[in-house]
Design a protein around this ligand. Structure first.
Ligand SMILES: Nc1ncnc2c1ncn2[C@@H]1O[C@H](COP(=O)(O)OP(=O)(O)OP(=O)(O)O)[C@@H](O)[C@H]1O
Length: 279
């Protein structure tokens, strides 16, 4: 027999639930003691310095990684007791690792539409017309419809990111995971992406979202919650307005940081004359 599933009826609005989660490799803990829940209508940002464990956390949420200790439930299914190959199509993932697997000679429209078939790049000579229509809509929503016939390898970094977000949305996922979507974008590209992600975040029909970033400037308005990570442990988590503070950011990044808030946007910098503090 293969598949045993565990439904969590009392927590049906939870798309992610982690309890006491640690991931170890050898003597290193990539993340440790994580207790974290994401509800259907929440949009989370996971923030922390290089090596803090952000991608590890996202891979747990994406059912790509199992915890060494503790329990992880994703979309009501307990990892280790469910078939992750049935779970993954319900999750939209956009990451540098995925981008690296897209063949450069793939047409942009094929990169998007093939997500519906669980493969990367061209698979069939003919796709279903409804799928092609949906891929076109998503490319339009991300402002890159005009690139549908271009080859993925000829796109700029920002255009690739948008293509992969369109792909991640193709299967109408219940949860969207974005690992550093603004990395490598210029100022205009970042601002454009932040605005588009903000539109998604404010759409009540959009899936739950988790966005990993190093920069508070990249938090799209409409995101509701934040989790700050340092050296694999949670520094703070909860509502963005409670968590994104100069004090919490300073503890997370080991620097004395100042924070400005303009409307729903945040901007951080090192306090003048301050030096880095030891972890
Ligand atoms: N297989 C492994 N064996 C040992 N250490 C690992 C392994 N995989 C990851 N690590 C370490 O675990 C830590 C967390 O990695 P992770 O990629 O989750 O961090 P991150 O916060 O996403 O970092 P970045 O912002 O640089 O992408 C890093 O210090 C990394 O070097």
């Amino acid at each position: 027999m293969g598949r045993v599933t565990e439904q969590i009826s009392e927590d049906s609005d939870l798309v992610v639930r982690m309890a006491g989660v640690t991931v170890r490799r050898g003597r290193t803990s990539l993340v440790r003691g994580i207790d974290w829940s994401v509800e259907l209508d929440e949009r989370w940002v996971v923030l922390g310095p290089n090596g803090a464990g952000k991608t590890t956390l996202l891979r747990l949420a994406g059912a790509e990684l199992h915890p060494t200790t503790g329990t992880v439930h994703v979309l009501g299914e307990k990892l280790g007791r469910t078939d992750v190959f049935e779970l993954r199509p319900r999750i939209g993932l956009c990451s540098a690792a995925l981008a690296a697997r897209v063949p450069p000679e793939e047409k942009v429209s094929d990169v998007v539409v093939s997500a519906g078939y669980g493969v990367i790049g061209r698979w069939r000579e003919q796709y279903d017309s409804m799928d092609i229509g949906r891929a076109e809509e998503l490319l339009a929503a991300l402002g890159i419809k005009h690139l549908a016939d271009r080859l993925f390898g000829t796109l700029s970094e920002g255009e690739r990111k948008r293509t992969l977000i369109a792909r991640a949305l193709m299967t109408d996922p219940e949860m969207l995971l974005l690992d550093e979507p603004a990395a490598g974008l210029d100022l205009g590209g970042r601002e454009d992406l932040v605005a588009r992600l903000s539109e998604f975040a404010l759409d009540p029909d959009a899936p739950a979202m988790v966005l990993v970033t190093h920069h508070v400037e990249e938090i799209p308005p409409g995101f509701t919650h934040a989790l700050l990570l340092r050296e694999g442990g949670v520094v703070a988590q909860g509502l963005i307005s409670d968590v994104i503070t100069a004090e919490n950011l300073s503890a997370t990044f080991g620097q004395d940081l100042e924070l400005d808030r303009f409307g729903d946007r945040f901007f951080a910098r090192r306090r003048t004359g301050a030096v880095a503090t030891e972890g």
